[in-house]
Design a protein around this ligand. Structure first.
Ligand code: PLP
Length: 371
């Protein structure tokens, strides 16, 4: 090797440690000879997508054609859902795409991007990819410390990322907390509120949980992101969206790939929005599973972080990697989160009733032998 590619990479890319996805069920099945592994590692909807979405995809015949590059039909439907002008909507290849569009459009090399300790792993990735400077604030009770974030703002700050609820901790912020925060952020700093789990965190169970898509007129520097990967059960198709002022959306549109959302995803996402029943059923199943798992943790003397998402971070009070590995060998895949600075925790996605029971059974077996 004569060329040192490391030296050729941009300074930000040199610092990136690649995202570690949850292990695919098929891979674990093959490695450990397990018939039907339970995957509770990536916060997917255990019920899958709406039948309306699956059926709608059958009608896509002309895959030789490019998709509608403007995504007009889906954007219209999203605009109606949030009662916003269609010019406020930006579609993404997953909401991950939107998180990258914002740093591409606004972050110069050396500009600061602020997010909390234990925040979603994509924030540092999107920052470093454009050689921005990640600024990590300390957490408060495992969640975002909004005061610490305000205090971290400098002349070089460009973007702030806040997930509400946060992944992997499940912590959440009220509308009052976020509003008072927004009022303290100078308008030349863009605030991204990542609402990937918003449909799980409805106000009946999480009083004061805000719908920040309704705040655009007060904050031209606000971008709210949503996804079809979580409660809508379409993670495999990759589709999400951003909601912002039309002015901000125009800049995202400039750096967007012309056909960033594929034909099947466009059609399926549109149909998924028609199935309120599926969303409700998914949310109810999640609530019941959350109650079951929380009670099971309490009985076993295990701590956990109260969660507004579709997952629970469980505290084993000692390094949890061994428990993760033993559980995987017995066919239950969960997520170690030491890369989030939480080596004693495992993050478990709420599954179906059967999957949750299997998780607890295997956990008990592993805890008995793993001392
Ligand atoms: C899962 C998740 C996303 C969604 O990613 P997609 O690209 O839409 O699949 C975004 N933000 C957070 C915090 C997540 O946990």
């Amino acid at each position: 090797m004569s060329v040192n590619l490391y030296d050729l990479a941009t300074p930000g890319v040199q610092k990136i440690s690649p995202y570690q996805p949850g292990r695919p069920a098929e891979e674990v099945a093959a490695e450990f000879g397990i018939d039907k592994p339970v995957k509770l590692a990536s916060n997917e909807n255990p019920l899958g997508p709406s039948l309306l979405a699956l059926n709608a995809m059958q009608a896509v015949h002309d895959l030789a054609r490019y998709p509608d590059g403007s995504g007009a039909a889906l954007k219209n439907k999203i605009a109606v859902r949030h009662q916003l002008d269609v010019a406020c909507i930006t579609l993404g290849n997953g909401s991950n795409d939107i998180l990258e569009l914002i740093t591409r459009a606004f972050v110069n090399p050396g500009d600061e991007v602020i997010f909390s300790q234990h925040a979603f792993a994509v924030y540092p990735l999107a920052t470093l990819a454009v050689s921005g400077k990640p600024v990590e604030t300390t957490a408060l009770n495992w969640g975002n410390d909004l005061q610490a974030i305000v205090e971290a703002i400098t002349d070089r700050s460009k973007v702030i990322f806040i997930a509400n609820p946060n992944n992997p901790t499940g912590t959440w912020l009220t509308g009052a907390e976020l509003k008072s925060f927004m009022d303290q952020v100078p308008q030349q700093v863009i605030v991204v509120i990542d609402e990937a789990y918003a449909e799980y965190a409805t106000e009946d169970a999480y009083p004061g949980y805000p719908d920040c898509t309704q705040w655009l007129s007060d904050y031209p520097n606000l971008l709210v992101t949503r996804t079809f990967s979580k409660i809508f059960g379409l993670a495999g198709l990759r589709v999400g969206y951003g909601v912002s002022s039309p002015e901000l959306a125009d800049f995202l549109n400039r750096v967007r790939q012309p056909f960033n959302v594929n034909s099947l995803a466009l059609i399926a996402a549109e149909a998924a929005l028609d199935d309120d029943h599926h969303v409700k059923r998914s949310r109810e199943m999640n609530r019941a599973g959350m109650v079951y798992l929380a009670a099971a943790c309490k009985t076993r003397g295990l701590g956990f972080i109260p969660s507004a998402g579709n997952f629970l971070a469980i505290d084993f009070s000692r390094p949890a990697e061994g428990i993760f590995k033993s559980m995987m060998q017995q066919g239950v895949i969960v997520r170690p989160i030491s890369n989030y600075g939480m080596p004693d925790f495992l993050r478990v996605t709420i599954g179906t009733e059967d999957e949750n029971r299997r998780f607890i059974e295997v956990l008990d077996r592993v805890m008995e032998t793993d001392v």
